[in-house]
Design a protein around this ligand. Structure first.
Ligand code: C2E
Ligand code: MG
Ligand code: MG
Length: 719
């Protein structure tokens, strides 16, 4: 199709070339023809005017013979003082070279005589070359013109002979001839022929020879006649001469050549332009094709990593399901999600984030088999399609390879990032034989393994669906709960184990659910973190606490330091420290009145970043506590760098302290370490007096737990 369009364009252009070229040639030649016609007309006018000039001049000059005849008749054939008379005539009538008298046909007198002496005594009626005209003149009683002929004395001339008849006593008798000799050169010099010659005209004057009857040219221009000639007759006494002229048109050739060349190039340019125009649709078509291919590519690929996209994955999955059914083999869909990718993006910039995704894409590709499909589903979520598996074990190997490859440090410019990934796996045909279901299950498996901790993989289990539904529902509910003020804060006092005074109040969130009653954070704080609802929730908590610190309550006027639990998601939010400081400032609350509780794990994910945020908060005057200490893996060296005031020993160490001597010893070690670091120690979850005593004995500074009473809402709190 495109090819034929292309060819049609070419043929059209060739056609246009010839049409334009031929039109050009036609125009050039027709205008040349017109010019020639005009030239010919002009030439005709010139020839005619020159012919009549010759006629006029000749008859003018020949009139001298009549003047002489007249004088002869007046003087009865006795011419007195011919020379004087002739001189006078020649002076007044130009173009005559000499005048002659030939009584009885014999030349007797010539004026001027000098140079013409040889002609004296010449008998015109006898001389062979002259007698014919002489007799004719007498017979016709008319002036005849002889010549042109070469003169005896040199030169070419014509001679007009006028027969003179005089009235005598015996009647009229032939007296003789009065003749005028006219040199041709003289005759021509009084026309414009010589001037015209220098203007590019050529001429020839000819006559039919009276004897031979052949055309005889007797005067011509130096340059000969050219192709286009124009002739006209010149009437002379007893005959007609022919004046032929032409004009050399020197510009013709140049005009024709340059015109032809011009036409050729004009045709070439126009045909090339037309080719361009003809090809434009072809060009546009190929652009459209190219763009369509590009769009097709982008429709099935992720532009950042070049991996397949969700749609391509889905199509592939459908196909593979059919193939595996036939082969009786296993297939797995694996979802891979980077843990805390958002933080890399927020702290190192989007470019670094993009780069990280590209590197991760490569690493995933490198950890699977060549024909396994790796897709990017969006954000930091990838999917792997593994076919031809013999069972779950194969999937486990690949999943751990993928996770291990991702966790290797990534160099992003001058910085190094370590990200981990979590994997959710679903297996065909065990879990489902439907593509959409498999994709959803992989997603559920991913989120389930995320919830149970990161940097791991997990397989889909059927009850995850129920859980998922519950979550989905909960998310909506929680959103409403924030709007409807269903959330409340309770406060748990933290006692100074030495003095027994309340050193802190830990704010703990509760959900006053309209149907399910009072809910503990364990049933909703996770989902709030996963969905991001923790951000507005955290903001609400912070304001609520600030209000309490500022205003106190019915039973609590001097509000002790309030401990606020902070989730990892909040800390990784850009400008978290600034936000907290701003809120405190707005509520006119001294920063030292608040202690933020962070956990080991959230600090360990990105130590440098956390350090920055924590230092900022600490420098602003806030207190910081390390919550749930002992459950994470923080090293002593990392702990040393953290700007914390308090260390809270996780409840799990206290629970069995009465029976498990190891737990007691651990607490002792923690206390010793805290002393070294200059940090206060809080024991969480004291439920009995024995525990309290043991913890005191171990050296804990503070303690909290239901042994002291249940946490209470702000208005019921009595301390
Ligand atoms: P946490 O910060 O370690 O809080 C201490 C938890 O231990 C609280 O559970 C508290 O009620 C419970 N507890 C205290 N003494 C005893 C005791 O003697 N025995 C027993 N069995 N439990 C005791 P709660 O209130 O259910 O909170 C659970 C976790 O939820 C908290 O652990 C904290 O990590 C998170 N959380 C609570 N409130 C908030 C909040 O406002 N924001 C954030 N981000 N997290 C919160
Ligand atoms: Mg806490
Ligand atoms: Mg705790």
């Amino acid at each position: 199709m495109v090819g034929s369009l292309y060819k049609t364009g070419q043929l059209n252009s060739i056609f246009i070339f010839f049409v334009v070229f031929l039109v050009g040639i036609y125009w050039i030649y027709s205008s040349e023809l017109q010019r020639e016609n005009e030239q010919y007309l002009l030439l005709g006018q010139v020839v005619n005017s020159q012919a009549s000039t010759i006629e006029r001049r000749l008859s003018h000059s020949l009139s001298t013979t009549y003047i002489l005849a007249q004088e002869l008749r007046r003087a009865n054939g006795e011419f007195v003082d011919f020379d004087k008379y002739a001189r006078e005539v020649i002076r007044t009538i130009s173009g005559v070279s000499n005048l002659q008298l030939a009584p009885k046909g014999i030349i007797a007198q010539i004026y001027p005589l000098k140079g013409n002496e040889k002609a004296i005594g010449h008998n015109l009626l006898v001389d062979d070359s002259r007698k014919k005209e002489a007799h004719m003149a007498i017979a016709k009683r008319k002036l005849t013109l002889a010549g042109p002929f070469d003169l005896i004395q040199g030169g070419v001339a014509v001679i007009g002979r006028n027969p003179v008849f005089i009235e005598g006593q015996d009647g009229e008798y032939f007296w003789g001839f009065t003749s005028a000799l006219i040199f041709l050169n003289d005759l021509i010099s009084i026309t414009d022929l010589r001037q015209l010659e220098s203007a590019g005209y050529s001429f020839e004057i000819s006559r039919l020879h009276p004897d031979s009857g052949k055309e005889e040219v007797f005067a011509r221009s130096i340059s000969g006649l050219s192709f286009a000639t124009y002739s006209t007759g010149v009437s002379v006494p007893n005959g007609t001469w022919k004046l032929t002229m032409s004009r050399v048109s020197s510009g013709v050739k140049i005009f024709l050549i340059s015109g032809t060349i011009g036409s050729f190039f004009t045709a070439l340019i126009i045909s090339m332009l037309s080719l361009r125009i003809f090809r434009e649709p072809h060009r546009l078509k190929s652009v459209v094709e190219e763009k369509t291919k590009e769009l097709e590519y982008f429709a099935f690929h992720d532009p950042l990593t070049g991996l397949a996209n969700r749609q391509r994955l889905r199509e592939s999955l459908e196909r593979q399901i059919q193939e595996m059914k036939a082969k009786d083999k296993y297939l797995t869909v694996m979802y891979v999600d980077l843990d805390d990718f958002k933080r890399v993006n927020d702290t190192m910039g989007h470019e670094a984030g993009d780069r990280l995704l590209q590197i991760v894409a490569k690493r995933i590709k490198g950890s699977v088999r060549n024909n396994d499909m790796v897709a990017r589903l969006g954000g930091d979520e990838f999917a792997i399609l593994l076919a031809d598996l013999d069972g779950r074990d194969d999937a486990v190997t690949i999943a751990s390879n993928v996770i291990q490859s991702i966790v290797l440090p990534v160099h992003l410019g001058p910085r190094e990032a370590i990200v981990s990934a979590t994997c959710g796996i679903t297996v065909f045909p065990e879990d489902s034989e439907n593509a959409d279901e498999l994709l959803r299950y992989a997603d559920l498996a991913l989120y389930a393994s995320k919830r149970s901790g990161k940097n791991r993989y997990g397989f889909f289990e059927q009850d995850m669906q129920k859980e998922a539904h519950r979550w989905l529902y909960l998310e909506d509910e929680l959103l409403n709960a924030i709007r409807n003020n269903e959330l409340i804060l309770v406060y748990q006092p933290v006692y100074s184990l030495g003095s027994g005074e309340v050193a802190r109040l830990e704010a703990l969130i509760r959900w006053n659910h309209p149907q399910r009653g009072l809910l503990l954070p364990e049933s909703f704080i996770d989902i709030a973190e996963q969905t991001g609802l923790i951000i507005p929730l955290g903001q609400w908590i912070l304001k609520e606490v600030c209000e309490f610190i500022r205003e106190g309550s019915e039973y609590v006027q001097d509000v002790p330091v309030i401990s606020v639990n902070i989730s990892a998601r909040q800390v990784s939010e850009p400008n978290f420290a600034e936000y907290v400081i701003g809120v405190l400032d707005k509520f006119k609350v001294t920063p030292a009145g608040m202690e933020l509780e962070i956990t080991e794990t959230m600090v360990m994910e990105d130590v440098e970043f956390s350090l920055k945020v924590l230092n900022r908060l600490r420098n602003a005057g806030l207190r910081l506590a390390m919550d749930d200490f002992g459950t994470g893996h923080s090293s002593l060296s990392q702990l040393k760098r953290l700007p914390i005031d308090t260390l809270k020993i996780d409840r799990s160490f206290i629970i069995d302290i009465e029976t498990d001597s190891q737990d007691y010893q651990i607490i002792e070690v923690i206390v010793a370490m805290a002393r070294k670091l200059g940090v206060a120690v809080v024991a969480e979850g004291i439920e009995s007096k024995t525990q309290l005593e043991l913890l005191k004995q171990a050296g804990c500074d503070m303690g909290q737990g239901i042994y002291f009473g249940e946490p209470e809402g702000r208005d019921n709190l009595k301390i």
